[in-house]
Every structure is written in structure tokens, then in C-alpha cells.
Design a protein around this ligand. Structure first.
Ligand SMILES: NC(=O)C1=CN([C@@H]2O[C@H](COP(=O)(O)OP(=O)(O)OC[C@H]3O[C@@H](n4cnc5c(N)ncnc54)[C@H](O)[C@@H]3O)[C@@H](O)[C@H]2O)C=CC1
Ligand SMILES: O=C(O)C(=O)COP(=O)(O)O
Length: 526
């Protein structure tokens, strides 16, 4: 039974499926204090949040079973991704579910800002009839500068164009083609800042975008510019915005988000030029259902070990590629597991070589799986998420290469590890109808399947050595399922790989090691 902890208000309908799943216990606890969260997270397998819950490093540290943090929305700035990654916890979000709602909310703010609707309504409620104070401005033919033309920025651009606005956009990842398709003029940041009658931000909040719009930027804007932030508090420097409004440089601002939420004693909210909403961009019935359904599905997939889509701390793998790589995943992991279990000494380098058909793909997801296989021999809780991070932290160099030489196989993967004392390698292939096979160990050609419990023995190729091992195993009632031998030359160095039905008792291992011709023995669990 998996425990899924939900600590922010999520749509009932959106979480219906996960709540009814037989292997899931859903626990909803909203409005927790930080200390209460530290307690509640301890035995949770999954945590589902919106923007309110702060999933800080100490929360992640306290979690003993946590496998996934799911953000029912887009921005993940309330989650310490680095801490989650280090612990191998997958972070997923719902990147598409609230796009339209947030774009529509931003558009509502844009019109409200242009026509002073909130201020006029407020004045009317005060018993006033003041038509002079609230003269607005048309959107028609005005320039809207969009900083960050992602999902929401793009939807906003379409709506602004329908209102006959000139839309210009700054986004370092915006291609000419996409800008053209959207009918948007691509600009650099300075241009977008200098030309906008309205400037709106739609980037994530990151180290790079924190205070992207600062005092310097305000100085470069048109006099009377209007500013919108329906993305994240902190992208715009709030103090600089306050000063720019007071100086008359900025004639109005519409804010849905704040550096600290809920804002307390926020000076911007005392200014008549500022209109604001309490982080309502994604607060529609539709968006909340969408994001809750999306992350519930992701959580179910992750807990059940099935493929999932929207991990924030794993590079995204297109579905088509994922499908092509799927058959190789098991081979990649088993090669890593095998080679690490037959190596001694401190690990310093892992070289992964791909040849044949598999080398035609982007193999980086497979390399992660190889790393997971290798490192899980040395460390607990290694997975695809934290494997590269752990390798780096331990100073293990990872080399990924492709070669033309596939050793006669249609596809071929070789994993070589270098330790402080030796170099070992294990290679394998996928055989039609037989699945993953290990085809080479060090320089010995073999044919071993990738399941169960194996003994890998290095010995001198002398008559009787193999028989003595067999006799000892038989005497202890250990059945040998399959056996492979290989040698470099008659009487020289040789290997034996025995597939046995159960692990050996320590005493028996010692007895085998005492046989004269035996040089080393490794137990390998695959
Ligand atoms: N107010 C609300 O309730 C909501 C707020 N949001 C916020 O809106 C943000 C954007 O959401 P989406 O459009 O869905 O994300 P997205 O990932 O589709 O778009 C973000 C865009 O920002 C661009 N970008 C990144 N760094 C940049 C930089 N330094 N300068 C300019 N552009 C940069 C990216 O290239 C990308 O195109 C989210 O990160 C979230 O913080 C999202 C949903 C609801
Ligand atoms: O999706 C986002 O990034 C949002 O900001 C929406 O936040 P919320 O889920 O409404 O707390």
C-alpha cells in the first residue's frame, strides 16, 4: 500500500482515480505548519502539492519512503529540486493543464489595467460617480512585450493579436520559425523592455530570472509603461517597481503573484495604480481538474514502476525514443550490476560503449540506467534521477561512446569500469526471442542470461578444476542450472560462470576459494 500525501487543495474530481486505487491510501492534510509537514512526510511514498506547500530540503530529508513529489501546476520554485534529486526523488509537474486559464487571467488583468476596472468599481462602491479619474487606454495598436514566450506567453500572444496589439517577445530559446508562426516579433531583452507599452513576464522563477526586471530595466522603459506579473513574485524587483510607480515612470501594474505569499504589509498594494489578485492564474475549475488528473496519473505510474512523462529532474525523453530504448533498459541495468559485482577497489571511471542499431539513438537515458546499475552495488537508493549526480559527487568519471564495431551483433553495449586496482568489462546484446544476453566478460566470449544468482570464478585452466567446484556444490545440495566456461589458451587463465538456484553459504564459498586452481570467486545477483 502506498501513502500519497496531499497538502494543498486539489480538485476532488481530479484525484478521484488515485483515491479509488486499491494500492493507494490518499491522506489529505491542507494548511499544515512546517513542523506538521515534517511529521506527515515521514512515511509518505508520494507528496502532491500546489504552490503553497514549501517542499524545502529539511522536508525532503525527513522523508523516509518518498519516491515522487508531484506539483499540480507548473512552477516548481516551491520545491528544492536539488535536494530531491540528490535523494533520488522524482519531481513531476503538470505543464499543460493550466496554460489557458493563466493566459486568460493575464488577459483579464491586461484589460483591467488598461481600463482601470477594479479602481472604478471600488470607487463606485464608495458612492462616487467619477468618470474623469478612470480614463483608460486602448489595447489596439499598442505594443505588448512578452518576456518568456512559453506555453502561457504564446497563448497570451494569440489573444493580444486578436485585439490588434503589436506583440514582441524576448525568450532566449525562441526560434525564428516559432516567432513567425505566432506572428510575434522576436526581440532581445533591451528592445522588448524599451518598446513595450505593456510589459508582461511569463518565465519561471530561477536564479537567472530573479529580479530580471530591476531598477536598471525600469529606467530603460517608455514613460507611462504598464507592467504585468502573472508568473512569479521575484521576477520583478518589487521595491524597484514601487519606486518606478512613485516616480511616474510606470503608470500601472497588475500583479497576481508576490515575492512572499500571502503578501503582508506589501507597499505596492497601497498604490492606486496597482491592481492585484491573490495568485488566481490557475484557479479555474477546468485548470484544477486538468492538473490534478495529470499529476495523479504520473504518481500512479511512478509508484507502480511504469513509464511517466513530466519529470522536472530528469531530461525529457520523447515517447518515440522511449519506445525504441525500452528493450535495452534491462540489458543496460544488468550490465552495470554485473560489472560492479566482479570489481574490486575504488571506482574511478565508467565507460559505456554502444555499437550497432542502438548507437543510432540518443542513448543518454540508457547511460543513466547503466550508472544506476553500477552505483547500486556501492550505494543505497540509487535511481535514474540521482545516478549521474552521485557519480559526479564521488568523483567517478563517466564516458559515453559509440563505435562502429558491434562484434558481429546487431546491437552491442559494453560497460567497462576502472577502479583503483583493475579494469573490468561486461558486454551484452539483445537476441531475437531470447532478450538480454551477456556475451563477453573481460575478454572472454560467453552466453549468459541476465537473471538470478550467478557465480563468477576465475581460475587456471587445469583438468579437474571445474569438477572440484561441481562436487563441492553438489555436496551441499546446490543445484547448477547452467554453466559456461571460457579460456584464453590451454592451461592459461580461464573463467567459469555458474547459474545456481540459491545463494551459497559463506563456508562453501571459502571451501571453493581454497581449491588450488581457483583465483577468485564473485557472487553476482542480477
Ligand atoms: N499565476 C499563476 O497561477 C501561474 C503562474 N505560472 C507561472 O508561469 C510560468 C510560465 O509558465 P509556462 O508558460 O507554462 O512555462 P513554459 O516553460 O512553457 O514557459 C516558460 C518560458 O520562459 C522562457 N525563459 C526561461 N528563462 C528565460 C529568461 N531568462 N528570459 C526570458 N525567457 C525565459 C523559456 O524559454 C520558456 O519558453 C511558470 O514557470 C509559473 O511560474 C504558471 C501557471 C499558473
Ligand atoms: O502552476 C503554477 O505555476 C501556479 O502558479 C499555479 O499555482 P497554484 O497551483 O494555483 O498554487
Amino acid at each position: 500500500m502506498y501513502k500519497v500525501l496531499i497538502t494543498d487543495p486539489l480538485s476532488d474530481l481530479g484525484i478521484e482515480k488515485i483515491s479509488q486505487a486499491e494500492d493507494i491510501e490518499v491522506v489529505r492534510k491542507t494548511g499544515l505548519t512546517h513542523d506538521e509537514l515534517l511529521l506527515a512526510i515521514e512515511d509518505a511514498d508520494a507528496l502532491m502539492v500546489r504552490s503553497q506547500t514549501k517542499v524545502t530540503a529539511d522536508v525532503i530529508e525527513k522523508a523516509k519512503r518518498l519516491k515522487v513529489i508531484a506539483r499540480a501546476g507548473v512552477g516548481v520554485d516551491n520545491i528544492d529540486i536539488a535536494a530531491a534529486t540528490q535523494k533520488g526523488i522524482i519531481v513531476v509537474n503538470a505543464p499543460d493543464g493550466n496554460t489557458i486559464s493563466t493566459a486568460e487571467h493575464t488577459f483579464a488583468m491586461l484589460i483591467s489595467l488598461a481600463r482601470n476596472i477594479p479602481q472604478a468599481y471600488h470607487s463606485l462602491l464608495q458612492g462616487e460617480w467619477n468618470r474623469k479619474a478612470f480614463v483608460g487606454t486602448e489595447l489596439n495598436q499598442k505594443t505588448l512585450s512578452i518576456i518568456g514566450l512559453g506555453r502561457i506567453g504564446s497563448e497570451l500572444a494569440k489573444r493580444a493579436k486578436a485585439f490588434r496589439m503589436n506583440v514582441i517577445a524576448y525568450d532566449p530559446y525562441l526560434s525564428d520559425d516559432r516567432a513567425e508562426k505566432l506572428g510575434v516579433k522576436k526581440a532581445d531583452l533591451e528592445e522588448a523592455i524599451a518598446q513595450g507599452d505593456f510589459i508582461t513576464v511569463h518565465t519561471p522563477l530561477t536564479k537567472e530570472t530573479k529580479h530580471l526586471i530591476d531598477r536598471n530595466m525600469f529606467a530603460k522603459m517608455k514613460d507611462g509603461v504598464r507592467i504585468l506579473n502573472c508568473a512569479r513574485g521575484g521576477i520583478i524587483d518589487e521595491q524597484a517597481l514601487y519606486d518606478a510607480i512613485q516616480e511616474g515612470k510606470v503608470s500601472g501594474a497588475a500583479l497576481d503573484v508576490f515575492e512572499s505569499e500571502p503578501p503582508r504589509d506589501q507597499p505596492l498594494l497601497t498604490l492606486p495604480q496597482v491592481i492585484a489578485t491573490p495568485h488566481l492564474g490557475a484557479s479555474t475549475v477546468e485548470a484544477q481538474e486538468n492538473v490534478a488528473i495529470d499529476v495523479s496519473e504520473e504518481v500512479l505510474h511512478i509508484l507502480r514502476g511504469e513509464p511517466f512523462k513530466n519529470a522536472v529532474n530528469l531530461p525529457s525523453v520523447p515517447a518515440e525514443l522511449q519506445q525504441k530504448l525500452q528493450p535495452y533498459q534491462e540489458l543496460a541495468e544488468k550490465l552495470g550490476k554485473f560489472v560492479s559485482q566482479i570489481s574490486k577497489g575504488a571506482l574511478s571511471q565508467i565507460t559505456i560503449t554502444y555499437a550497432g542499431e542502438v548507437a543510432e539513438f540518443d542513448v543518454s537515458p540508457l547511460s543513466r540506467t547503466v550508472l544506476k546499475g553500477v552505483l547500486s552495488h556501492y550505494l543505497n537508493n540509487v535511481n535514474d534521477v540521482n545516478a549521474p549526480h552521485l557519480a559526479k559527487k564521488r568523483g567517478v568519471q563517466v564516458v559515453e561512446q559509440k563505435t562502429m564495431s558491434s562484434q558481429g551483433f546487431t546491437q552491442y553495449i559494453k560497460v567497462e569500469v576502472k577502479t583503483s586496482t583493475e579494469i573490468r568489462s561486461v558486454a551484452g546484446t539483445l537476441l531475437n526471442g531470447f532478450g538480454a544476453r551477456i556475451t563477453k566478460i573481460n575478454d572472454y566470449p560467453v552466453d549468459v542470461n541476465t537473471h538470478g544468482h550467478l557465480l563468477f570464478i576465475e581460475h587456471q585452466d587445469l583438468p579437474g578444476a571445474i569438477g572440484r567446484v561441481g562436487t563441492l556444490l553438489g555436496s551441499q545440495n546446490i543445484n547448477i542450472a547452467t554453466m559456461q566456461v571460457g579460456r584464453q589458451m590451454i592451461g592459461g587463465q580461464a573463467i567459469m560462470i555458474l547459474q545456481i538456484d540459491k545463494p551459497l553459504p559463506d563456508k562453501l564459498i571459502e571451501s571453493i576459494k581454497e581449491i588450488n586452481e581457483i583465483q577468485s570467486l564473485y557472487e553476482v545477483d542480477l
